[in-house]
Design a protein around this ligand. Sequence first.
Ligand SMILES: Cc1cc2nc3c(=O)[nH]c(=O)nc-3n(C[C@H](O)[C@H](O)[C@H](O)COP(=O)(O)O)c2cc1C
Length: 157
Amino acid sequence: MKTLVAYYTWQGHTGKVAKALAGRIGADLVQIEPERESGMVMKAMSAFLGRSAPIRPCKTDLSGVDFLVLASPVWAQKVPPYVNRYISLLSNTSGKPFSLLAEMGGRGAEKAIAHMRKHMEAKGMRFVSSAFTLEAEVDAGSFVPKIAEFAKTIIQE
Ligand SMILES: Cc1cc2nc3c(=O)[nH]c(=O)nc-3n(C[C@H](O)[C@H](O)[C@H](O)COP(=O)(O)O)c2cc1C
């Protein structure tokens, strides 16, 4: 099974979790990179409003991919505009299973996951599982057992 872990990270936490997960399940990694990072107020505002913003070219065509994991930080209880853009650019999505990972300071992962799920299901994709990690557990390195459990739900597919 060819699995892709796509992630956006601004301050490194989501990247750390995404890399640990990809290593565990033998997945390829794709980093979602903005064309330019906006200021803090715009970041919060555009996430809150569910906007999208330009990203650099990266793998968005899912032909040849059997499973997609999308990992995102929680911003304003939603997701960064770059993650919204990544979802909107995904192609060959019909029937593809996906899992979601949300990384946060402390509040809003459920809403962020629901937001991503809705937009990916609208592209004909099939939700499998989700998990969240906390910034503090990533800093402490104690997120690994959570990721091990999450990895099982992907490997079992
Ligand atoms: C604009 C912005 C909005 C945020 N909103 C939330 C939020 O609603 N809930 C939360 O728990 N954390 C929030 N955070 C904190 C991030 O989710 C947290 O710092 C996360 O670890 C960042 O991941 P990264 O290091 O991969 O960028 C916000 C951070 C930013 C920059």
